[in-house]
Design a protein around this ligand. Structure first.
Ligand code: SF4
Ligand code: SF4
Ligand code: SF4
Length: 254
């Protein structure tokens, strides 16, 4: 639970992408129904998806993507120095995201597999908070645009900022879905933070945990459920590793 805020009315904001697909920025840019009203609150200083303005003075920096190159480290540190509040948004920025699958393999092997003998400047994937201080994190792959708008408006107005503490299962049950465990699938919904309205499971696709762990999860019970349903522990571990959100639980031997 956090309170942030500004004394002046029009907040200067910049959005910056690092290693990612830019899907989170696009989510914001595509929210046509509320975008004009949202932008009324803000002075866009740097946001290449929606503006040609390029300035280095901003109150809030929204950071999308993970860090995978040395030049990104320097650029990120400069942005941190320029911003009063830095918000990591999207699972790439908050956890490393799908890019972190690269970290599961020896880096030279991965480069050779994709680029052959070409020289590539690349580092093991890091989340934004591994490199600079992060004031707020908004998870999701992609982010929920409603949630980003809500949180940015809360920052601007100095209102309370919270993410749901409960797991995706709550939203899944509200949507009256049949549990995918009963259909023979491992689903991470019971250990993953809600806020996406269970979009995957409502579409009959298991939750891969892109929003990271919910508060106070019981991982032992989750593992027992996978075993009780005679489902694959390898499948569970693969899903836990997909967005790099559950590294402390993956391959848990307890
Ligand atoms: S979190 Fe997902 S949608 Fe957002 S930039 Fe990363 S890969 Fe793209
Ligand atoms: S399908 Fe997944 S999210 Fe839905 S109730 Fe089952 S475990 Fe929870
Ligand atoms: S259901 Fe799971 S994987 Fe899908 S958007 Fe929600 S948190 Fe992410």
């Amino acid at each position: 639970m956090q309170h942030l805020g500004f004394s002046h009315s029009k907040i200067k904001i910049g959005s910056f992408d690092f290693t990612c697909c830019e899907g989170c920025q696009l989510q914001l840019a595509n929210r046509e129904s509320t975008l004009p009203a949202f932008l009324e609150l803000l002075d866009i200083r740097n946001f290449r998806e929606i503006s040609s303005e390029r300035h280095d003075d901003y109150d809030i920096a929204l950071i999308e993507g993970s860090i995978t190159r040395e030049d990104e480290v320097e650029r990120l540190k400069t942005i941190r120095n320029n911003a009063k509040i830095l918000i990591a948004y999207g699972s790439c920025a908050c956890f490393g995201g799908v890019n972190s699958l690269k970290n599961h393999f020896p880096i030279e092997e991965s480069i050779k597999e994709v680029y052959g003998d070409k020289e590539i400047d690349t580092l093991p994937v890091r989340k934004i908070s591994d490199v600079v201080d992060v004031d707020l994190s908004i998870p999701g792959c992609p982010v929920s645009k409603e949630e980003v708008e809500r949180i940015v408006v809360s920052v601007v107005t100095g209102s309370l900022i919270e993410l749901p503490k409960y797991p995706v299962c709550v939203e899944c049950k509200q949507n009256l879905n049949t549990c995918l465990f009963d259909l023979g699938e491992v689903c991470l919904g019971s250990i993953t933070r809600a806020g996406c309205n269970a979009v995957c499971t409502t579409g009959k696709t298991p939750c891969l945990g892109c929003r990271g762990p919910a508060d106070d999860i019981n991982f032992t019970s989750f593992k027992e459920l996978v075993a009780e349903k005679k489902l694959s522990i390898d499948d569970m571990n693969e899903k836990l590793g997909f967005y790099n959100c559950f590294e402390e639980f993956r391959h848990d031997k307890s």
